[in-house]
Design a protein. Structure first.
Length: 126
């Protein structure tokens, strides 16, 4: 029995699409949080009340950083985006929450290729 490639490709594409959708659903079900919701841990309400006045929670969820990185973002928003001064307790609550739930991620980039493993350039002047 000979099967046409034209018949297999759409079936395979549909299978891959369904599989990817199942994986995304399983991942969000595992986390219990959608991709644009804050993690419901201690301090999340303070972040919701103070940060989502100006931008969506999705901006927070898509980012990561150490406490110092998050602090630098708050300072940047204060200096350039019109964010007012925060009460020290509120700022500390926000920073504690962000560092605990959206902390610094390991780099996802591969290390640079060492010079000995790079191909030679055929153009001598470049």
């Amino acid at each position: 029995m000979k099967v046409s490639l034209r018949k297999i490709v759409p079936i395979f594409a549909a299978f891959l699409s369904a599989f990817a959708a199942m994986q995304l659903h399983a991942a969000s079900a595992q986390d219990g949080v959608s991709s644009n919701e804050l993690v419901k841990e201690s301090g999340w309400q303070t972040v919701q009340e103070n940060c989502t006045k100006c931008h969506s929670a999705q901006i927070i969820v898509q980012n990561s950083g150490s406490r110092e990185v998050w602090k630098s973002r708050i300072v940047w928003m204060q200096e350039t985006q019109g964010l007012g001064e925060l009460n020290l307790d509120i700022e500390n609550s926000i920073l504690d929450y962000l560092a605990a739930n959206y902390g610094q991620l390991a780099s996802s980039r591969r290390p640079a290729i060492r010079p000995g493993f790079l191909p030679t350039n055929p153009e001598p002047n470049q």
